[in-house]
Design a protein around this ligand. Structure first.
Ligand code: GDP
Length: 430
C-alpha cells in the first residue's frame, strides 16, 4: 500500500502543526527530512532540524513502528511550527519523495483494515472530534471504547450459537426437532428481537444527542423573540430593536443544557405584511416551525400568539417584568431581566428529551447503525413469523442475514464500497 501524508492539525497559524505519514516509507522519509540515517526508537520524540527546500525548522519528530501505531502501519509524525506556508512546504517536500496525499479518513480506514479498530470505533473518533456537547462527546467516546462493538458481538454470538445448532442438524434431513428444541430456539430469537427493538426505540434519544433539539421561537413582531434567543444562548446574535420587522430571516444560535445541544431558530414575526423581503422571512418562519422539535409561542400583554401547530409547544409570556397576567398556561419570563430563563430551559428539556433519558446509557446515535439494527430486527421478525411453516435451511439463511446486518455496524461484513463510502465522510488528515 502507498505511503500517505496529511496535515493532522487544522491549516493556519498555530503554535504547532502535526504532519502525519503512514506506510512503509515513513522511516525513510523522516530520515530524508532530517538529513540523517537514524534507526528511530519507536514512540520517542527527537528534536531535529527538518529541511524543506531552503527552509529549516526545528521540529519534534517521532516514529511509531508497525503494528503499534494509529493505522497499524509504520507511522511518522513531524511536529513543526504551525504556519500555513511552513506545513505546506514540508508536505510538498514529502510528496516529492513519491508519497501520496491522504484522502479523507484514509488514516482511520487503514486502522480499520489493519484491525486496529472496528468501523463503529472509527466513527466514534469522528463523533468525538465533531462533538459540540457533553453528551455528543460521551457518545463518541463510548464508541471508541468499544461499548457498541461489545454489545453487537454479544448479539452476533447469540445468533452464531443458534446457527451452529441448526447447521449441525441440516446434514441429517431426517432429524426431527422436538418441541423443547424449537421452543428454545424461538425464545432466544424473541429475546434478541426484543433487545433490538429496545435499542431502536431508544435511538430516538440517541439522535437527540447527535443532532440536538430544534427550537423555533415564534410570535408577533416586537414580543421579544430576538431578545429571548440572545437570553437563552447568552449571545447577541439577533439584533434587538423596537422597530417591528427587524428580524427578516431565521437567526440561529444554540445553547447546551444537561449535555444536550438546543438549536434556536428566531423567526421573523408572523403577521400580515406587504414588504416583499419580510414576506419571504415569514414564509421561512413557517417552514422553520415544520422542521423543528418544539415551538416556543411568545406572547405579551398586547400580543397573544395564536399560531397553530401540531408540534409540541410551550406558551411563553414575555416582558413579565412590565406586566402581570394571570393564566396558568403560560410560563412568565423576561428576556430583559433573565427572569425564569433557566426555568424555561428546563421546561424545554423536559418536553423534548424524554424523562427516561439516562446520560450513562449506551444509545445508538448514528443513523447507519440504526438502519443496520433495523435490518437485523426485520430478519429475526421474519424468522419468527415463518418458523413453523418453513424449512430449517430457510430459517438458517434468514438468521445469517440478521448476523450480516449486525456485522455491518462493526464493519466485519461490509464490502469495500461501503467501507470507502463511510470513510469518505471523515475529515482530511484523520
Ligand atoms: P422581536 O421583534 O420579537 O424579535 O422583539 P425584540 O427582541 O427585537 O424586542 C423588541 C423590544 O422589546 C426591544 O426594545 C426589547 O428590548 C424589548 N424587550 C424584549 N424582551 C423584553 C422583556 O422581557 N422586558 C422588557 N421590558 N422589554 C423587552
Amino acid at each position: 500500500m502507498e505511503t500517505i501524508v496529511a496535515l493532522a492539525t487544522p491549516p493556519g497559524n498555530s503554535g504547532v502543526a502535526i504532519i502525519r505519514i503512514s506506510g512503509e516509507k515513513s522511516k525513510e522519509i523522516l530520515n530524508k527530512l532530517i538529513h540523517e540515517d537514524l534507526d528511530f526508537e519507536p514512540r520517542k520524540m527527537y528534536l531535529k532540524n527538518v529541511y524543506a527546500g531552503d527552509i529549516v525548522d526545528k521540529c519534534l519528530v517521532v516514529f511509531f513502528a508497525s503494528p503499534h501505531s494509529y493505522t497499524g502501519e509504520d507511522v511518522a509524525e513531524i511536529h513543526s511550527h504551525g504556519g500555513y506556508f511552513l506545513s505546506q512546504k514540508i508536505i510538498d517536500t514529502i510528496l516529492e519523495q513519491g508519497v501520496t496525499l491522504a484522502g479523507k479518513g484514509e488514516f482511520s480506514k487503514r486502522a480499520f483494515i489493519n484491525g486496529k479498530m472496528s468501523m463503529d470505533q472509527a466513527e466514534g473518533v469522528m463523533d468525538l472530534i465533531n462533538a459540540e456537547s457533553e453528551m455528543q462527546a460521551k457518545a463518541g467516546s463510548n464508541l471508541i471504547q468499544g461499548k457498541l462493538k461489545e454489545l453487537i458481538s454479544d448479539y452476533q454470538n447469540t445468533l452464531t450459537d443458534i446457527l451452529a445448532e441448526i447447521e449441525a442438524k441440516l446434514d441429517y434431513p431426517e432429524y426431527e426437532y422436538d418441541d423443547t428444541e424449537t421452543k428454545s430456539l424461538k425464545e432466544r430469537l424473541l429475546a434478541l428481537k426484543t433487545d433490538l427493538e429496545n435499542l431502536i426505540a431508544e435511538s430516538k434519544s440517541g439522535l437527540i444527542i447527535k443532532n440536538g433539539v430544534k427550537v423555533a421561537i415564534v410570535g408577533a413582531p416586537n414580543v421579544g423573540k430576538s431578545s429571548l434567543l440572545n437570553a437563552l444562548s447568552k449571545t447577541d446574535k439577533a439584533i434587538v430593536t423596537d422597530i417591528a420587522g427587524t428580524t427578516r430571516d431565521v437567526i440561529e444560535a444554540e445553547y447546551e443544557y444537561n449535555g444536550i445541544i438546543f438549536r434556536l431558530y428566531d423567526t421573523a414575526g408572523i403577521h400580515e405584511s406587504d414588504d416583499v423581503v419580510e414576506k419571504i422571512g415569514i414564509n421561512r418562519a413557517l417552514k422553520t416551525i415544520d422542521d423543528c422539535d418544539i415551538v416556543l409561542k411568545i406572547s405579551t400583554l398586547n400580543n397573544i400568539c395564536d399560531i397553530e401547530t401540531n408540534k409540541p409547544t410551550i406558551e411563553v409570556f414575555n416582558k413579565s417584568d412590565l406586566y402581570s397576567y394571570n393564566d396558568d398556561k403560560y410560563i412568565y419570563i423576561s428576556a430583559l431581566t433573565m427572569k425564569n430563563i433557566d426555568k424555561l430551559k428546563h421546561l424545554i428539556f423536559e418536553k423534548t428529551v424524554k424523562e427516561d433519558f439516562n446520560s450513562n446509557k449506551l444509545y445508538l446515535t448514528n443513523t447507519r447503525h440504526i438502519e443496520c439494527v433495523k435490518k437485523a430486527k426485520k430478519a429475526i421478525e421474519n424468522v419468527l413469523k415463518i418458523f413453523d411453516e418453513t424449512t430449517m435451511d430457510i430459517i438458517s439463511s434468514e438468521i445469517k442475514s440478521a448476523w450480516y446486518s449486525l456485522g455491518e455496524i462493526t464493519g466485519v461484513t461490509s464490502d469495500e464500497n461501503i467501507i470507502d463510502k463511510i470513510f469518505s465522510k471523515f475529515c482530511l488528515g484523520k
